[in-house]
Design a protein around this ligand. Structure first.
Ligand code: NAD
Length: 483
């Protein structure tokens, strides 16, 4: 199977190649095979994309919101019609099981395009009476936005950034992760087919240098990054030099707190969703699982039993529900953390090994008896490794859950709903769950507090981050002055 795209980049409405850029191999994580090669964008192509984006944005912003929204909603329909083909590509790009990608990637991208397409016509300002005078406000686009993606959700990330940006009248240059460069090209193709003007949504491949060149260009007005905290700090600082707007969707080490009155079966499902979906490569994962002492052993026993249901194999086979790590590098990082957990004295309840095969598979791994100061309880692992910690008191677990630089997500399982609300009220996290984990509907804001990010994606909140307000004071009488 070869997946070579027509060309590496999509600029000003068309595929563009320049082999002078450094080659980037696209590897199928399930087999280690090279499926395609793309090239990093050269300075010349970066320039072309910026010029095209600036030009397209001016014309696009002149359309009515309803006209812009129609294009986005058409793109959503095309994505849904092509869901199977796009999901197969997503699975080759990331290694995530087709069983997942069929329902979580292109479909989630389509939801964002449909939702923001629907909102585009209602982006209005306010009328503020000032006696006989008045002020009106106008919600205006920011201009040219840059989107930079991580590798775990290449279609979804491209659409979650493009949809609100375009709905508000901006243009976008999207740089996918160098690990998963293929899916965003399809989003660009589909937007053109849906009627978007050439240059409105451009895709440039490359490593951090290409991202850096875009972030520091003075013609760029906004940067939205999905990535790790160290990258976020660099990109935020670079964007600040020109006072650019930013959205930062970064990493986490989120707590999932299971009280002893929780339904154990449901809590085990929550913990599995919070740690093993996409083989653990999800930013909002609840990887510090605090279990109240009364149900600890019952919880661990049932969890180990349920993990026997993980089916590994070729992720293109719909029976497979657990895929490989995205890359050999990521596999090595995660295996390194598993070794650290063993060395620190945490107890392996399940898994703990690389799977003998050509792909980058690691068994779903659970450590129990984890202590707060262990590395596996403090650092984001971004793989299928759950750390189970014990607790006795509510106040104590809240303090421990919050004792981290991160604040992306948090979850609570309890049958006592007053406690559920009280505890999430005290947790320092942007997205919280009660008796559930990792739901991310487009209607709800998504994003982190503390080092996990700035701004929100999805929902009406995202509009604030892709537009700005102009206020206009209108004096009805004569203008007076002191002299
Ligand atoms: P990463 O930080 O290594 O890279 C992210 C992107 O930034 C890539 O496209 C990379 O090329 C680019 N980049 C790197 N250095 C840059 C620079 N100096 N200037 C501009 N761009 C630069 O992250 P990753 O390994 O691809 O993804 C995993 C991380 O992403 C994890 O920490 C995970 O938690 C996070 N993540 C967050 C969310 C969220 O919504 N909060 C979603 C998915 C992933």
């Amino acid at each position: 199977m070869k997946l070579q795209p027509t060309a590496s980049h999509f600029i000003d409405g068309a595929y563009v190649e320049d082999k002078a850029g450094a080659p980037i191999q696209v590897i199928y994580p399930a087999t280690g095979e090279i499926m395609a090669t793309v090239h990093a964008a050269t300075p010349d192509l970066i320039e072309k994309a910026i010029v095209a984006g600036k030009r397209a944005q001016k014309e696009w912003a002149k359309l009515t919101g309803t006209e812009r929204g129609r294009v986005l909603r058409r793109a959503a329909d095309i994505i849904r019609d092509r869901n199977h083909e796009l999901s197969v590509l997503e699975t080759y790009d990331t290694g995530k099981p087709l069983q997942e990608t069929l329902v979580a990637d292109a479909t989630s991208g389509a939801d964002a395009l449909e939702y923001f397409g629907g909102l585009a016509g209602s982006l209005t300002g306010e009328h503020i009476p000032m006696g006989e005078d008045w002020v009106y406000t106008v919600r205006e686009p920011l201009g040219l936005c840059v989107g930079i993606g991580a590798w775990n959700y290449p279609t979804q990330i491209a659409c979650w950034k493009a949809a609100p940006a375009l709905a508000c009248g901006n243009a976008m240059i999207f740089k996918p992760s160098e690990t998963t460069p293929l899916c965003a090209l399809k989003v660009a193709e589909i937007l053109i087919e849906a009627g978007a003007p050439a240059g409105l949504f451009n895709v440039l491949q490359g490593m951090g240098e290409v991202g850096g060149a875009l972030v520091t260009d003075p013609r760029v007005d906004k940067v939205s990054l999905t990535g790790s905290v160290p990258t976020g700090k660099k990109v935020y600082a670079a964007a600040a030099a020109d006072m650019k707007h930013v959205t930062m969707e970064l990493g986490g080490k989120s707590p999932l707190i299971i009280f002893d009155d929780a339904d154990i079966e449901s809590a085990v499902s929550g913990a599995i969703n919070a740690n093993f979906y996409s083989s653990g490569q999800v930013c909002s994962n609840g990887t510090r699982v605090f279990v109240q002492k009364g149900i600890k052993e019952a919880f661990l026993a049932r969890l180990a039993e349920r993990l026997k249901g993980a089916v590994m194999g070729d992720p293109q086979d719909e029976k497979v529900n657990f895929g490989p790590m995205v890359s050999e590098r990521q596999m090595d990082i995660v295996l390194g953390y598993i070794e650290k957990g063993k060395a620190e004295g945490a107890r392996i309840v399940s898994g703990g090994n690389q799977v003998e095969c050509a792909g980058f598979f690691i068994e779903p791994t659970v450590f129990a008896d984890v202590q707060d100061d262990m590395i596996i309880a403090q650092e984001e692992i971004f793989g299928p490794v759950m750390a189970v910690l014990d607790f006795e008191e509510e106040a104590d677990v809240i303090a421990r859950a919050n004792d981290t630089e991160f604040g992306l997500a948090a979850g609570v399982f309890t049958r006592d709903l007053s406690r559920g609300h009280r505890v999430v009220g005290a947790l320092e996290a942007g997205s919280c769950f009660i008796n559930s984990y990792n739901d991310a509907p487009v209607e709800a804001p998504f994003g982190g507090v503390k080092a996990s990010g700035v701004g929100r994606e999805n929902s009406k909140e995202a509009i604030q981050h892709y537009s700005q307000v102009k206020s206009v004071y209108v004096r009805m009488g004569d203008c007076e002055a002191a002299f």
